[in-house]
Every structure is written in C-alpha cells, then in structure tokens.
Design a protein around this ligand. Structure first.
Ligand SMILES: [Zn+2]
Ligand SMILES: [Zn+2]
Length: 453
C-alpha cells in the first residue's frame, strides 16, 4: 500500500497535550474557585447561535463580526431538509465571544424577574477566523462573567478585583489593569463628534481600517494597533476629559473602590475595547509595560444592550478572560504551578494469560474503591512493566506472575523503596486501601511540616 498523507489539524487550532493540560487544569480550577467564592453561579451556553445575535450585539461594523465570524447557512448543508422553512434558524454562527449569548439567555430565561444583581459565569470555547499569530488562536477558551441589574460603581470595582484575584492567585505579578470611561448616551455622541472632527482633518495619515472606522465607529480609531496611526491618535481629544459629570462621578467612584480594595490600575485614555456595546467603564488586563500585546482579560459596562436586544432595560457589566493566553503567560514567564497529585496509586503488573485476567478484574475492583490504577497490557516482561509504573509515579505496584495466579496470591511492591510483600488475593484490595491511605496521610503531614517551617 502506498504511504498515505496524514491529516493535520486546521490552521489556528491546537491540541492540548498532557504536559500542557496540567496548566489548563490549574488555571481552570483557580478561575472556578475565585468566581464561586465571589458569589457567581456557573451556567453553560451553546457555542452556536443565530448569526443575527452577533450582528445586533457585538456590532456588524466590528472586525469580530465583519471579518472574523464563522458563519454557516445550514439550509445549504448536505442532506439538509430545512430549506427556506425558517430563514433565521438557517444562518448560524460559532460564537466569537460569549456576552451576546449571556444576554440572550438572560432575556430568554426570564431572569429579569430574579432578585438583582444576578452574577453568572461560564467557561467555554469561542471561534474567530483571524490571523493566527502572536498568541491568537481561531479556537480559544474564555472565562466569561456578567453581572446584571446594578449600575453602582462598586459592582465595576468588585468585578475588576475578581479578575485581579484570579491572576494574583496564579502568581502572575507582571500584569497591569487599564481602565477608562467611554461615556453614556448623554456624552458619548458628543465625544464621537469631537473625534470625527479631529480625525477628518488628519484622514490622510490614518490606516485603511481607520478610514472606514471614521465613518462607522470613530471611537475605535483610538484602539488601532497600526504603527501608522499612533502619532495621530496621541494628539486626539481625550475621552475622560469630555465625559459628562455623571460619568466622571461614576469613574471616580470605581477608582476609589479599587484603591480601597488594594487593586492597582492605570487610567488609560486610549482604551476603548473593540466592541460596539460598551459604555462608561471599560477595562483590560495586559502584561506589564506592554499595552500593545494581546489582553489577558477585558470587559466593560453595557447598560443599554439588554433593552436593545428586546429585554427590560437593565444595567449590566461583564468581562472575558482568555484561558489560552493565561496558560501561555504562565509558561512563557516560567511561573511554577502546584505539582499535580500522583495520578496513579496502584500499577498492575502481570505475566501470563491467567494473571492478565486476574489483573484486569482486580483493576476494576480497585477503581470502584476510588483507587486510581494503571496497567500496561502490551508489555511482556515484568521489568518493562515496572519501568512503566515508575514513569507514572505509581505509589505501589501489584505483581501477579504465573506462580501467583496458581496460588491465588499477589506481590505488593512499594515503589518508593522496592520493599515487597506477598498477600492472598482475597486480602489484596483491603491491604492496598490501607497502604494508600497511610501514604497519603504521610504526605499531607510532610507538606504541613514543610509549610510551618
Ligand atoms: Zn455621560
Ligand atoms: Zn489605524
């Protein structure tokens, strides 16, 4: 047979292999812990929604919706029977961000009537068909959190402090929080007009994208990463100098509460975030001294979005935190994570057909007792199986050879010092349970002592 070409993964997608998964596990566990301790409830939402949802929330003029969204016409799918039946059911999109689904779920599930504020979070995959470079992936995992029903600045500050806590607990110290206010329905139009007046005069100096933004959403020019636009942006009117009194008061309160909670931040006048729906507080967390790189987390207030989506008017604020980027940050900065506990307590070693049958049966019994087990079926010598047990850091090995199979016994080997004992098969499970429990207790005491030193 001619050698076949293997099929590789899609560009911008990635596999998370065991050596990276320990980072993933750690980040996800910390995120979950901090959010739950902050009084947030976990929910889960579909990764696919009607395309219209994103057109109406994220905004058709944003890069996210305009250029990067994975959309499908399901009526054109092979074998599809939905042709023309329900047009808006047919055009679907993989979610490029989670906030729109959160807002949809809030309205659709009647959360308006729940006691306020409602604090929800979820962790899941998002998709953006953008250029996969510099820590950007086309499939990525986000922690998304939203608070519905409260406009008090204390909510903004406590939400930002939660993001901060997640990174602190991950020992990511070289990061900084950026905050800005982009105004409300009162003052945002005025700011927009000032920016249009300013940038119109300098149009020839702007990049192609910014020329388009000038017509559609001039605020976003401030966020342009293109080198060409930087000097023009630097001279633009500053949003926080031009927001209304109410917005100024709100921003000052957010900052005051953050000071009170000991969260350090930078007031960053050019921060606007790429999405259309934000008002007042916007924030981002990035690596230190590097606002140009990808944000680790970002969010803001969106007090008008729920009404715009057909719900009862209600203030809201939220953030997204990139799990992939956080994992990359930990690895790139050599930040140590806690060593994962030994995954395998007991490793089964067998020789001969009868022994293999006994070993398989015992493995299943031990798993039922919540003892994690490993077995190397394909390896034919005891020596190679012992090596496999070593490799997975097993606490104990159980050796069943031909003689043990005949005499209904087994050898337990302590993998720490190689000491062995022979037990009757019927006593094996009980003896192992005792030994594992004792070992775990020993390790915990050792850890306690090490901590108290
Ligand atoms: Zn305002
Ligand atoms: Zn530009």
């Amino acid at each position: 047979m001619p050698k076949l070409q293997p099929i590789n993964k899609l560009k911008g997608f990635k596999d998370v292999l065991p050596e990276d998964y320990v980072y993933w596990n750690h980040v996800l566990a910390v995120a979950d812990e901090v959010m739950l301790s902050g009084g947030f409830d976990r929910i889960d939402l579909p990764t696919m929604e009607k395309e219209d949802l994103y057109n109406r929330t994220t905004g058709e003029e944003t890069d996210v919706v305009g250029k990067e969204m994975y959309t499908f016409d399901t009526s054109r799918m092979i074998g599809s029977k939905d042709k023309k039946k329900d047009k808006d059911e047919n055009i679907v999109a993989l979610r490029p961000e989670i906030t729109p689904s959160m807002v949809r779920a809030y309205i659709e599930n009647g959360m308006q009537t729940w006691p306020k504020p409602i604090s929800l979070f979820t962790i899941g995959k998002c998709y953006r068909h953008e250029n996969p470079q510099g820590g950007r992936y086309r499939e990525f995992t986000q922690l998304d959190a939203e608070v519905f029903g409260e406009e008090d600045a204390a909510i903004d500050a406590s939400l930002i402090s939660l993001v901060w806590d997640i990174f602190q607990r991950l020992k990511m110290n070289d990061i900084e929080v950026h905050i800005n206010s982009i105004g409300c329905t009162e003052c945002k139009p005025r700011i927009k007009k000032m920016l249009v007046d300013y940038f119109k005069k300098k149009q020839s100096k702007l990049c192609e994208d910014c020329k388009k933004r000038l017509k559609k959403n001039p605020l976003r020019i401030l966020d342009c990463k293109n080198e060409r636009c930087q000097s023009t942006i630097a001279g633009a009117p500053v949003t926080i100098d031009n927001i209304c009194e109410e917005c100024k008061k709100h921003l000052m309160s957010v900052l005051e509460y953050l000071d009170e909670m000991g969260v350090s931040y930078n007031l960053t006048p050019n921060l606007v975030r790429g999405l259309d729906y934000y008002n007042r507080t916007v924030f981002e967390v990035t690596g230190k001294d590097d606002r140009r790189q990808n944000a680790l987390a970002g969010g803001g207030r969106y007090d008008y979005l729920i009404e715009q989506m057909g719900g009862e008017p209600s203030p809201a604020i939220g953030f997204g935190l990139g799990i992939d980027r956080t994992v990359d940050f930990l690895k790139n900065n050599n930040i140590r994570i806690p060593k994962p506990k030994s995954k395998v307590n007991i490793f089964m070693i067998q020789l001969g057909e009868d022994a293999k049958k006994i070993a398989l049966k015992k493995t299943r019994e031990l798993r039922k007792m919540d003892l994690s087990t490993g077995i190397a079926i394909g390896k034919d010598t005891i020596k190679s199986q012992l090596r496999a047990a070593d490799k997975v850091n097993a606490l104990f090995s159980v050796i069943i050879g031909q003689r043990e199979a005949v005499t209904n016994s087994a050898i337990i080997r302590d993998m720490r010092d190689g000491v062995q004992e022979t037990v009757e098969l019927e006593d094996l499970n009980g003896r192992l349970l005792n030994m594992v429990e004792e070992r775990i207790k020993e390790e915990e005491e050792y850890k306690k002592k090490a901590k108290s030193k």
